[in-house]
Design a protein around this ligand. Structure first.
Ligand SMILES: *Cc1c(COP(=O)(O)O)cnc(C)c1O
Length: 456
């Protein structure tokens, strides 16, 4: 343990020199943040040595927690052997080759190829270029439009933010003019009064059909979606939603891109969210949990349908990153996959963690400020309201959820807030006792939030 850390001076340096992502710079310069400098198992420790249960797996990536020595050692060993070499110009390195093969092994049937990036955002940028290239090679160069969804999150590079449907991000950067958005399957937020979840799911799915007709099928190249929207607020789609979307994709000449950056590697209970929801994508984006968050790595898994066209000839694919297939990142990915296989983490989480977690969350079903509890596999959201019937919000501008999150944080639980929802994605290696602790601390935060906003 590093006891020599001087929190006060570190915080001063941080506020003076460091601009943080997705942060109000003015607010941060005045108030600063919490500095973390160590972690163990599923707990993170701040510079004053306060322990917090990590209910978010870092940023949805440390699914195996923080103490996986095998991954750390694999990275160090690789650094000693070959710390860097690129994959351009007819070159390759062993870990990137082996990881590509290992990912093809765990991918759904019909996926044999991988393109590596350093992040999910870059992988989605890559998707756009792959899709455009695919239709160019097929002699359909007019197919360039991409359809996505409001409140989707596909990353924060310019192209990925365009694909995403985050209002605040669109307001600060001019998006790509060939990306169009339809509604999200967020029943609690978007449904009409009296509309049940099944008919709502079908209605919003059919917006894709209407959008394709409006834009012209001969111009639409792809539809991109997260099986479950993560950053948007763990939006669990109605069961009727994905089968209807799949029908539309099957009938139309468009590609389906599944952004599996959060859902992939076990979050929904199977290896891929696409499997949980019966989706048949042509491209799958991955990142985050592929290295358990220890090293930056992302990429695209490419189905044989697309790969056959791309590899049939037609010249160079003009795209790549200096660190595409970085050997140390790929070594971390290989070690992560080994742990997932050998310790049956995904199967165990589906059987042992997910049902317990979802069941325990129902403790709050009758809580006066809880409007909806939604979850699947090992993630969930709790929607805060003032009135359960009318879904009236507890405070304007998501103030109540921010208060609830801060209270939880101050009581040793790391959870996030999105809009008026509290969101959770605990590490897949959590034991029941960790879930009990999460529920206890979330309960304290919910009670305090109700009291603070005058709800008994
Ligand atoms: C986090 C995320 C991304 C972006 O990944 P980065 O590595 O942050 O660029 C893309 N898609 C989804 C679904 C994500 O959750």
């Amino acid at each position: 343990m590093n006891t020599s850390v001087n929190t006060e001076s570190l915080r001063a340096l941080d506020q003076a020199h460091h601009l943080h992502p997705f942060t109000d710079f003015h607010d941060y310069a005045n108030n600063g943040g919490r500095i973390f400098n160590r972690a163990e198992g599923v707990f993170i420790y701040d510079s004053d040595n306060n322990a917090m249960l990590d209910g978010m797996s870092g940023l949805w990536c440390c699914n195996l927690g923080y103490s996986q020595d095998r991954i750390k050692e694999a990275v160090f060993e690789q650094m000693k052997e070959l710390p860097y070499y690129n994959n351009f110009f007819r070159c390759a390195n062993q870990p990137s080759v082996e990881l590509a093969a290992a990912l093809a092994e765990v991918a759904p049937e019909g996926f044999e190829h991988v393109f590596f990036t350093n992040s999910g955002s870059e992988a989605n940028d890559t998707n756009i270029k792959l899709v455009h290239r695919y239709f160019d090679l097929l002699g359909k160069p007019e197919k360039k439009l991409i359809i996505s969804r409001k409140n989707a999150y596909h990353g924060s590079t310019l192209a990925a933010a365009s694909l995403g449907g985050m209002k605040a991000m669109h307001e600060q950067a001019i998006g790509l003019n060939y990306v169009h958005h339809i509604n999200q399957p967020h029943w609690f937020e978007v449904s009409e009064p009296g509309e049940d979840e099944t008919s709502f799911g079908i209605r919003v799915a059919r917006e894709l059909e209407a959008k394709i007709d409006e834009l012209g099928e001969h111009r639409v190249a792809a539809f991109i979606a997260e099986p479950v929207q993560g950053a948007g607020g763990v939006i669990i789609p109605p069961d009727s939603y994905w089968p209807e979307l799949q029908r539309i994709c099957d009938e139309r000449d468009i590609l389906l891109i599944a952004d599996e950056v959060i859902c992939g590697f076990g979050r929904t209970g199977e290896w891929w969210g696409s499997q949980t929801y019966g989706m048949k994508p042509h491209l799958m984006t991955f990142a985050k949990a592929v290295t358990n968050g220890y090293m930056p790595l992302g990429g695209v898994l490419i189905s044989d349908t697309v790969a056959e066209v791309l590899t049939a000839g037609g010249g160079e694919f003009a795209h790549g990153l200096t660190y595409s297939g970085h050997p140390a990142s790929c070594a971390a990915g290989l070690a992560t996959l080994e742990i997932l296989h050998q310790e049956k983490v995904i199967e165990r989480a589906a059987e042992h963690l997910a049902p317990y977690f979802q069941d325990k969350l129902q403790t709050f079903a009758e809580h006066p400020i809880v409007g909806q509890i939604r979850g699947r596999g090992s993630f969930a959201a709790v929607e805060l309201v003032r009135d359960k019937e009318t879904r009236e919000r507890l405070a304007p501008e998501s103030g109540a959820a921010v208060f609830c999150r801060d209270t939880a944080n101050n009581h040793g639980l790391m959870v996030r807030q999105t809009g008026d929802a509290m969101i959770m994605a605990p590490p897949l290696i959590c034991e029941h006792e960790h879930i009990d602790l999460l529920i206890e601390k979330l309960g304290v935060a919910l009670d305090a939030t109700a009291a603070h906003h005058g709800v008994a």
